[in-house]
Design a binder for this molecule. Sequence first.
Ligand SMILES: *[C@@H]1O[C@H](CO)[C@@H](O)[C@H](O)[C@H]1NC(C)=O
Ligand SMILES: *[C@@H]1O[C@H](CO)[C@@H](O)[C@H](O)[C@H]1NC(C)=O
Ligand SMILES: *[C@@H]1O[C@H](CO)[C@@H](O)[C@H](O)[C@H]1NC(C)=O
Length: 582
Amino acid sequence: MSYRPTRVRIQFVWIFLATVCAALLGFASVRRYRHAAVLILHLDQLEHRTSKLTENPQQPKTPSALQPGPPSTDAQEGDLAARSRMQFASLLGITNSSGPRLELESEKWKPLILRHCTEDMPPYYAPCLTKRFPNLEYGEEVVYPDFEAALPGFFDEASAELWVFTNYGPDAQGQTGANKRVVLDERQGRLAFLGLRGQNLVFKNVRYDDGVFPSTWLGDSSHCLGHMTSTEGLHEQGRQPPPPPQQQQQQEQGQGQDTEVEVEVEEAAAYVTPDSERYQHWLDHTTKPLMQNAHLITANTVLLPGLTLATKQPIVQTMWGWLPHFNKSKMAGASGALRVRRLLTSCRVPYVHPYLFFRLQEMVLGPETPRVPLSQRKVVVWYSRSSNDPSRQNRGREILNEDQVKAAIEKLLQERGLGERLEVHPPTQPPSDPLDYVRYLNANAAAMLGPHGGGLCNFKWLASNTLVLELMPRKWISTPLYEESIGHGLNYWVDLLDSVDSQHNMHANISNIIAMLRAELGKEPVRGPIIRYRYDWPAAVEDAVGQEPSHKPYFGSLKLKCCNSLQGMPGWEGLHVLPGPR
Ligand SMILES: *[C@@H]1O[C@H](CO)[C@@H](O)[C@H](O)[C@H]1NC(C)=O
Ligand SMILES: *[C@@H]1O[C@H](CO)[C@@H](O)[C@H](O)[C@H]1NC(C)=O
Ligand SMILES: *[C@@H]1O[C@H](CO)[C@@H](O)[C@H](O)[C@H]1NC(C)=O
């Protein structure tokens, strides 16, 4: 009698234990998936069902994101929105499974990416353009957070007014041209970059050749990055059927004699920007679409740089090789016509946004490179245009009193006794590895000074807050170097000088240079953070990041500053002119 109930009890105990184990296991896995999903959803709204995102938990592979080899081919090939989302999270390290998460500088400026057309979206936003063009397979609208940038440091009032008027006066708006997206705020001594947008567009079944995108600047601004850039050449094409398979095979074996034959390509991305074969314009143009759509690239993506890579300057070919997110064997470019099943184009991309600038440094040089502390950097770089540099393509803009400038800087650095030193660049021997050279600049440069010219473009690789001085002919004022340097928070100064001849050779103003170095070298900019968040409701920014040390460089509280309308009051920062007699 007592035997049976005991067995029953024992069985109950087992059933109970098994149930508890099952419940615990279930709970743990739900928690794990929830954890992963929450991390990914952190990026933007709940536009996808979480189940979809966690279907493929081994994707994305985080450490491969920042210094990746070619991305894996299995990255959600089918659904471009899901691919975009997972790879974007991966680039920012948000899904770091191998260790603690590092907050990147680019993440602090990450754009909102809209991937689906919804009933409340303007019809010209990229996801809704798919409704207009049957062969537009996918479009994403890249909504960049607004920011404001400090105007340059100046040496006298008259030059400050002239520079501001010439570049951002009523008739001119910097590189953004006729779109006038830059708002000049002289009261705060800042430019506000508002409402910047980008579009990543993927067309299907299109014929591509080098006529599709212009390879140089056009007066009507319809080149890549120009504000009238258009995708018209791709709209109607999707209706043509792809060539029959037999013909493809012949092309691949090189048997086709017909020059019109097209090579079949699964996925390709076009980066045909003006003068993209040249060092300077690869840096200030091509890198921007490259960064805006980095999260859409896979190991299958064929690179289309305009013609073939071999037609570019050797340094440009080298720099293409620095990009970690392309499959190297897909990088030759194309010399003939292609039939592309998916063609990615991102010509609608802002010239200037910290996300794009920091992203480039992080991908090429490493995650910490935008924020190398100033205290570790001891080199003042003088970019000379007076040496016999064979790589320089144009002459002029030599500094005629260069020897005196160098002597004065050396004397100052010695007096300071902080271990700082002057170096004259470019080096007499071209560096054997240009990547080592830019790494060196990133890790060591505290300042970079010199006349307007290509050498200064190397500041693209400098860490935040590096002091930059451009010696600019007063009769030839321009914005690009300024905008390229404040885009990642460099402490940019400009001295306008009178040209002594038609080649714009100039005498540097030595007392200005020395006074600037005394005031700013090795320090955070006296006029405050170079780039700051800007939002219609500053108190919301304060609530969100006001107390976070990592965001401090991009945030200045507006409390007690908001409504001062008189010069000299805290809210009136004004143009920054180096004080004191010189
Ligand atoms: C991911 O974790 C590893 C291991 O701790 C760390 O070295 C790496 O910097 C992290 N990456 C990011 C982007 O957070
Ligand atoms: C240098 O610039 C300052 C301020 O712009 C000016 O007062 C001074 O006269 C200049 N010196 C020379 C030698 O031009
Ligand atoms: C890179 O491309 C080559 C040639 O198309 C291909 O064979 C290889 O699998 C790709 N690499 C990866 C990691 O998928």
